[in-house]
Structure formats: structure tokens, C-alpha cells
Design a protein. Sequence first.
Length: 130
Amino acid sequence: MSAPTLDPSACGERIELLLEASAAAGPVARERAEELVRLVVELYGTGLERVLELAHEAGALDDDLLGALAADELVSSLLLVHGLHPYGVEERVERALDGVRPLPRLTRRRRAAAGGGRRGGRAPAAARQL
């Protein structure tokens, strides 16, 4: 299955531009355009929820699938928007931190392997941020 070609950020910007342009036709047109967007978002959210329910009912919604859904940037963001993300805030933050924690250690290992220690008395910026 190929990756989607839609740029979510560009799509969001385009939607915002279209909503702003609808205001030129007056407040009623703007309200109707906003309602249209809300209804489409609600429809897709309900559809995503149903897909997850069907996967669960079929026994396919296991940890591997949940992990893959959470790891996909686009799918993960859509699940968040609709309150369907498989992981809570704490777990998402912990996973994000796990993704960056090894970097400072790797940097120190490389310095040690090269025979160097801390130079200049300061830790690298990435290590200071942890």
C-alpha cells in the first residue's frame, strides 16, 4: 500500500483559505461553509471509530496494529482529533521521550570512542534539554 500523497498541512491551510473566502459572500455563507466542514469532520470521525470497532470485533485490533496506527503521523493526528488515539497523553509523551533519550548517550559514546570527554565543560545542547 502506498503512502498518501496529500500534504495534511497544505490541506488544512487550503481549508482555512476557503473558509475565509466564503466570508466574502456574507456571514450566512461563512456559517454554512463552517457547518459543512464540521459535518464532514464528524462523518470521518464516525467512520474512523467504526473502522476501529470492526477491527476489534474481528480480533485484528492487537498491540501491533495499535502501535502502527499510533506511529503513523497522519493516522495518529486524525485519531487524536476525534478522541480515538489508542494511547493516553502520558504514554504518548513517554514514547516521544523514549525516541529522543538515546541520542545524548550515543553522542557521549562516540566522544568516548574517539578518546574525548566533555570539552569546554558543557554538555551538548541535546543533553541539556533532557
